[in-house]
Write a protein that binds this ligand. Sequence first.
Ligand SMILES: [Ca+2]
Length: 527
Amino acid sequence: MKHHTIQKSIIGIGLFAGCFSSCLAQENKNADTKNRPNVLFIPIDDLRPELGCYGDTTIKTPNIDRIAKEGVVFTRTYCQQAVCNPSRASLLTGMRPDAIQVWDLKTDFRDHVPNVVTLPQYFKDNGYSSVGLGKTFHNTLPDTLSWSEKPHIHGFPFDPDAVYASEKGKKSIEEKKQHYISIGKSTIDQLGHWYLKTFATEMADVPDDTYFDGAQTTLAIEKLQDLKDKKEPFFLSVGYYRPHLPFNAPKKYWDMYDRDAIPLAKNQYVPENSPEYAMNSCYELRYCDDFTDIPYPKGENLSEDRQRLLKHGYFASVSYVDAQIGRLLDALEEQGLKENTIIVLWGDHGWKLGEHNSWCKQSNYEIDTRSPMIISGAGVKSKGQKSNALTEFVDVYPTLCELAGLNLPENLEGSSLVPLLDDTEIEWKDAAYSQFMRHAHHFSKDPNDSKMGYTIRTNRYRYVEWYNWDIERSKRGELVARELYDHFVDEDENINKADSPENNLVVEKLSIKLKEGFKWPSKAKTD
Ligand SMILES: [Ca+2]
């Protein structure tokens, strides 16, 4: 049996990344470029692993399931931080959030690792046409260096995640706009569009292409034809905005579900004995005009009607995106590109739909860190299989390099999953690592009270260590809390058992493993 325990250093390697990768690019270029496989890369915003191919029987995702039939569904893949920008920046650089120092929504990884070569950029440097549609990197940080081409669709805002098409929705936007004008405020983006968000959901009887995800699929299908004609391999990313809030989707996808038959979350309470800052505040949902009054996770439950509306909207949004993926797959087949194309589909983190009495993402819990990932198509031997191996988003970059026959840049922190794509049963990594930075203003009156939680997931346990965090100096302070969840008896992570004396030895071992994984000095700095 092969055993992979690769956990490379995560500190101080970013600066070297650019030089090393460009040297490698030249070496790769000299090899045969034309016969390399294409990559169809499908990031889906806020998609949690509740899909037909993951065993769910309520949600309808026949097209994502089509991808699964031609590849491997990874049932235990973990993002490195459960929120868009750090998760995506980490996956796309192949480096962990601490190495690129991206832990929030505003930091550009190039501020800290300016010369790092991203995954699409590396393929571009190696003779690929690298085309980025929609959201691959975080909305406001599209990283133009990564792409040969980064097309946008005329008429949509720069960040087309909030588009309203119903009369009610359009009226709400117009009223908000007039209000902003009346108080001398504007939210006009770089393309001259107003960017406004109002309601959390919209059921509009409109064609798929009225919203951006449909429109970009039409463009992607045209691009496939262009890319085929170019006769060089392509890396095409089609990044979907739904099911991120607002859950605005055409009516026909809402009509696929009986709202009253959608099951609600079983564990509508925060984990027992957990620190307050471990849970998110649901601010993203509270930002929507029709959900400003929602309770915090430690408060009451959201009414059943409102829970059902949100779950229905989320499911409709997932099925809307699934249908667009079906159009893409059909085009790939019609163009004769299917045989030589690798497909990677991933959601950037999990999402809570009432679990832990919470909504949205942004925690270290299983429900937020566990993310969907399917690798399918060219070069994947185990078709229609599931892998229960502990895998991480940092593994995507080296996997795609190996499948495409490209050398691995030295700075990558993950392991190629190709051995698992060949045989899903082999022994693999014994732990996956994630983290989350909690800004003080979400839970404390003290602006210097921010925390960083580091977590490790093993076959049996989730273990978390929370530290004080100095945001200005990006420095870890003292350990302030621990959490331990035993998945053998508590798979939903409802009872923190870190302080139970019978777990002392387990906690001690997991603490050592956590520090080893994050490559901290043996005497952790606590200044
Ligand atoms: Ca996201």
